[in-house]
Design a protein around this ligand. Structure first.
Ligand code: 26Q
Length: 811
């Protein structure tokens, strides 16, 4: 007993010492870096001061990690991604370096609230959704595992647009995360590369020479990404575009002041703004230029580094693994060929072999409209030499496989197929869930798979437990630690130790209380933004993700209407109170998704205003879903909606976040849902709807949409209500287009799956009325989902694809 008290005292003394230390560092930065006094500092001043103090704790590890790689010559991973959806960094970094408690205490002594400070940080929204967030989780895991790696991307001045609603309609406003400058990024003026565009290819003594028409400077900005417990930090290097001509003096002198800045303005356009489409290939010239800009800068950096310590480029694959996050950086293949052939005099065949052994490619989608195709005419204008090399590669590939089918070519119908290009120049291509990889093998790349057997592998996605449990859900994290001790944060399979506690009434009670606390926290945060008051005893049913027809938010809102009608028809029945929560953005040009958003808001307005159902059903749609909103919504969910048409969601990662935060899933057999269900057990997962085979069969049936509607009285009355303007008073035609598409085509099979979804939702209610059963299921979901850690995913990439090992002993 005495011992425990002594060690508790020692530990609290250590805590207060750590807090005092940090306090003086914060005050010093407040004065010397920010230039403010403790009496005058604004919240943002405090935030910047704390961030600098925290950054100081990371920098020594960061430098040490770089030094280690240099001295040991470890093989390095380079993760090329057009998007890194980081969110906020302050609290995550505090947690990873183990100073969160000290920071809370230090600020408290200064009369400042840690949570307020953390929430002052703007999200770095340098991505659209799943693919970008995956890249951010993977960077953190690579640091946690001590996998030497660098992330390469673009330092967009403006990240994903801010969403607001006007009369229920989505409007987009520019986002400005750099408004107060960035605390985390370090400009590396020594690391600049000149990137060429356009121009022509000349024949000099039989050798092609590319003379670009314009050049743009890529300037490096580095962010340290520190892993769990601060043992290792990797670099995220983001490229900013500037012009070699700061000012066109000749134009200036002529009095053309605007024109004088033109070179700078057009150069900067390359890193000005993130394209907000996450599923349609916009085919825009600027997008192609952005892709080449960051990819070429990354490769110049990588090869420059390699050649300072090596002199034989043939050995590149021994030291360098380059991962292409989707096809967005797929121009890396031709660019490397160009460097090998044109700049280092390699034979084409040998160059192809080395390049292929260096590159690997992750596919994230099967949707045909999202598969990148660049018109050859555009490619000829922007990257003339690269187009020649792609043509040469296509002939080379054809000569290797004379029997190859038309569809595997790199050039077809006047386009370059970036998927086939990425596949051909990679030693491995991977899908992101078991089902998706199967479809990649059988459908998307079936011919290429038979020509290159073994090239396709699966690496099921994962999420970072530090951010998605420890940061987002501190009360659950504490409950887990109390039950099984520390260490699970970097060894998530240990959650299995919770399994016996699913039958422990006391633990179930405590688990239920953390969920409740999270619901109250979420309701409080949303009410600050003007959302209606929420009944936190209700079932919180959440669908948070990009708005897309294949994700079927439409089915969810149609079901909401059906449920509302039933309550109204039988107001005194034993209804389970529900809060339906929708969150997510639509691509600005995606008309159908925007109609769905408007419908959800219209329905919410009517339902929330209905006194007869007010206590039983609420629909909310908080605007501007982003990483930090996800951190509050996900831990508060009872039910996770993963309801995409089977075969269309490559993996999903939100599904994993909800499961690990103790929500049960209502879902289809799609993406990683399949693996989640296998692991948590079919009886703890609300499965509904058709599988991939049934989806294909149904699509082939004549007039399937009308047949499905005819068979569903519930759906018929919902369609009627919308069609007669129940939710668009004065404008009954508002949803004509949407309803016509549902009745006539229903490509996403909303009508066909509706009844199955509806019935399954009733089973959800039946389960929810028994809190004991529900909590048991939820605990089993948590305890059986350790597999979905991004650490496991990265270990998979390291052993199956990159052939790299940890630089930290043991990991
Ligand atoms: C392409 C060309 C032009 C403009 C934009 C794009 C573009 C941009 C982003 C195409 C696709 C994306 C993003 C795709 C994405 O986020 N895919 C998701 O990746 C997740 C991580 O693997 C999966 O879990 C999701 O299933 C998948 O939809």
């Amino acid at each position: 007993m005495a011992d425990t008290t002594a060690s508790a005292n020692a530990s609290s003394a250590a805590h207060s010492y750590a807090a005092e230390q940090l306090r003086s560092e914060i005050v010093r930065h407040l004065m010397l870096t920010v230039g403010a006094g403790t009496d005058t500092a604004t919240l943002t001043d405090w935030r910047i001061a704390l961030s600098h103090a925290v950054r100081d704790r990371v920098t020594p590890t960061w430098l040490e990690s770089q030094r280690h790689i240099k001295s040991q010559g470890n093989k390095q991973v380079y993760y090329l991604s057009m998007e890194f959806l980081i969110g906020r960094l302050l609290e995550d970094t505090c947690i990873n370096v183990g100073i969160r408690d000290a920071a809370v205490a230090a600020l408290a002594t200064l009369g400042v609230d840690f949570d307020d400070v953390v929430r002052d940080e703007p999200d770095a929204a340098l991505g659209n959704g799943g693919l970008g967030r995956l890249a951010a989780c993977y960077l953190e895991s690579m640091s946690t595992l001590g996998c030497p790696a660098t992330g390469y991307g673009i330092r967009y001045e403006h990240g994903l647009f801010k969403q607001s609603f006007e009369d229920g309609r989505q409007t987009e406003l520019p986002e400005d995360w750099l408004g107060h400058g960035s605390v985390w990024d370090v400009e590396r003026s020594a690391h600049r590369h000149l990137i060429g565009f356009g121009g022509g290819v000349e024949d000099v003594d039989g050798a092609p020479v590319w003379n670009p028409g314009t050049t743009i400077i890529a300037e490096a900005h580095d962010i340290a990404i520190v892993g769990w417990q601060g043992n290792w930090a990797n670099t995220l290097r983001l490229w900013a575009a500037t012009s070699p001509t700061v000012l066109d003096l000749e134009r200036f002198n002529r009095g053309d002041y605007l024109g004088a800045s033109e070179p700078e303005i057009s150069a900067r356009a390359l890193s000005r703004v993130l394209y907000p489409d996450d599923s349609s290939d916009a085919g825009k010239e600027l997008r192609l230029k952005q892709e080449y800009f960051f990819t070429a800068a990354a490769l110049a950096d990588i090869l420059g580094g390699f050649l300072t310590t090596h002199d034989d480029l043939r050995r590149l694959p021994e030291s360098v693994a380059i991962q292409m996050n989707d096809t967005h950086p797929a121009i890396a293949g031709p660019e490397l060929l160009r460097i090998f052939v044109d700049e280092h005099g390699f034979e084409f065949d040998e160059a192809v072999e080395i390049v292929t052994n260096t590159l690997s490619y992750t596919n994230h989608t099967l949707l045909p409209e999202a598969l990148e195709q660049w018109p050859t005419e555009l490619m000829a204008r922007v990257l003339p030499r690269h187009l020649q090399l792609i043509e040469q590669l296509d002939q080379w590939h054809h000569s290797q496989f004379p029997e190859r089918a038309e569809s595997v070519g790199l050039l077809a119908y006047g386009n370059v197929s970036m998927g086939n290009l990425a596949f051909v120049l990679s030693h491995h291509t991977n899908g992101v869930s078991a089902l998706h990889s199967e479809l990649v093998r059988k459908e998307l790349f079936s011919e290429l798979d038979s020509l290159h057997p073994g090239r396709i592998v699966n690496e099921t996605n994962g999420i970072a437990p530090r951010r998605w449990i420890k940061l987002a859900n501190p009360s659950l994290a504490e409950l887990i630690t109390d039950a099984i001790g520390t260490g699970w944060e970097a060894d998530l399979d240990r959650l299995a130790e919770l399994e016996p506690l699913a039958d422990d009434p006391e633990f179930r009670g405590a688990f239920g209380r953390t969920k409740n606390a999270n619901k109250i926290r979420m309701a409080a945060r949303l009410s600050q933004d003007g959302c209606p008051k929420l009944n936190t005893a209700a079932l919180f049913d959440v669908q948070a993700k990009r708005i897309h027809e294949y994700k079927r938010q439409l089915m969810n809102i149609l079901h909401t209407i059906a449920h509302w009608s039933r309550i109204k028809a039988e107001p005194n029945a034993d209804w389970v109170p529900r809060v339906k929560i929708f969150a997510g953005k639509s691509a600005p040009g995606y008309a159908m998704a925007k109609d769905i958003i408007r419908l959800i808001n219209d329905v919410a307005a009517v339902i929330n205003d209905d006194p007869q159902t007010r206590d039983l059903l609420t629909v909310i749609y908080p605007p501007n879903y982003n990483v930090s909103m996800a951190e509050t919504l996900i831990p508060a969910a009872d039910l996770s909606e993963q309801i995409s048409t089977a075969g269309m969601e490559a993996s999903g990662t939100g599904n994993m976040k909800f499961t690990l935060n103790g929500a049960l899933t209502i879902g289809t057999l799609d993406g990683a849902n399949v693996e989640i269900r296998e692991r948590v057990g079919a009886e703890h997962f609300f499965l509904f709807g058709m599988n991939t085979a049934e989806v294909s069969a149904r699509r082939a049936e004549h007039a399937h949409a009308q047949a499905a509607i005819d068979a569903s009285p519930a759906l018929q009355s919902v369609i009627e209500l919308i069609g007669e303007g129940r939710f668009s008073p004065g404008e009954p035609g508002r949803y004509c287009g949407l309803l016509d598409s549902l009745k006539q085509h229903d490509y996403f099979l909303v009508a066909s799956d509706f009844d199955s979804y509806d019935e399954t939702q009733s089973r959800v209610d039946e389960r929810f009325v028994h809190p004991d059963h529900w909590q048991r299921d939820a605990i089993l979901n948590v305890s059986r989902s350790g597999f979905f850690s991004s650490d496991r995913a990265i270990r998979g990439y390291m052993s199956d694809i990159w052939s790299t090992s940890s630089a930290l002993g043991g990991a």
